[in-house]
Design a protein around this ligand. Structure first.
Ligand SMILES: Nc1c(NC[C@H](O)[C@H](O)[C@H](O)CO)[nH]c(=O)[nH]c1=O
Ligand SMILES: CC(=O)[C@@H](O)COP(=O)(O)O
Length: 155
């Protein structure tokens, strides 16, 4: 039996990050966490590109566009969808979730889901480095591990 376990190190990987500007007080923290974690694990800063989009709903299309350039080994999607007074939250969350997964599978490219979907601002801030870790940093590690597993499987 062969077991594939991804190592977490990325000095040869090129990474794209797509981040939503909506709730930027949160998403800026997610981005900082992702960038810091990528570099801590060996990814060169010059190999990390960042694309800003208005909101989470625009993330999937821009991820698709980034992948189409063939410049990136993987992508991290970052956003913060925080529930308001209407059902809009549900549709944005559904759209970005389905969109990111669809693009990842259709392009055979790892796309990490770093979109916070919370009921309160406090929950979002807690997951952007204030109390419950940083989802952006988590996605960075997950991307490097996923890329290494993919490389092992393709070997
Ligand atoms: N309410 C949030 C949004 N809404 C905006 C949408 O994502 C989209 O930009 C708009 O509907 C235009 O297509 N976006 C977030 O990222 N977070 C929210 O809490
Ligand atoms: C997630 C959203 O779209 C939400 O923040 C918008 O707020 P509202 O539902 O009050 O319009």
């Amino acid at each position: 039996m062969t077991t594939f376990n991804g190592k977490i190190g990325g000095n040869e990987f090129k990474v794209g990050i797509v981040v939503a500007r909506f709730n930027a007080f949160v998403t800026q923290q997610l981005l900082a966490g992702a960038q810091a974690s990528l570099e801590q694990h060996g990814v060169n800063a010059k190999d990390i590109d960042v694309a800003w989009v208005p909101g989470a709903f625009e993330i999937p299309l821009t991820v698709q566009k980034m992948i189409a350039t063939k410049r990136y080994d993987g992508v991290i999607a970052l956003g913060a969808v925080i529930r308001g007074a209407t059902a809009h939250f549900d549709y944005v969350c559904s759209g970005v979730t389905t969109g990111v997964m669809t693009v990842s599978l259709a392009t055979d490219t790892p796309v990490m889901f770093g979109i916070l979907t919370t009921d309160t601002i406090e929950q979002a801030m807690d997951r952007a480095g204030f109390k419950s870790g940083n989802k952006g940093a988590d996605c960075a590690v997950s991307l490097l591990e996923t890329l290494d597993v993919q490389r092992s499987l393709e070997a």
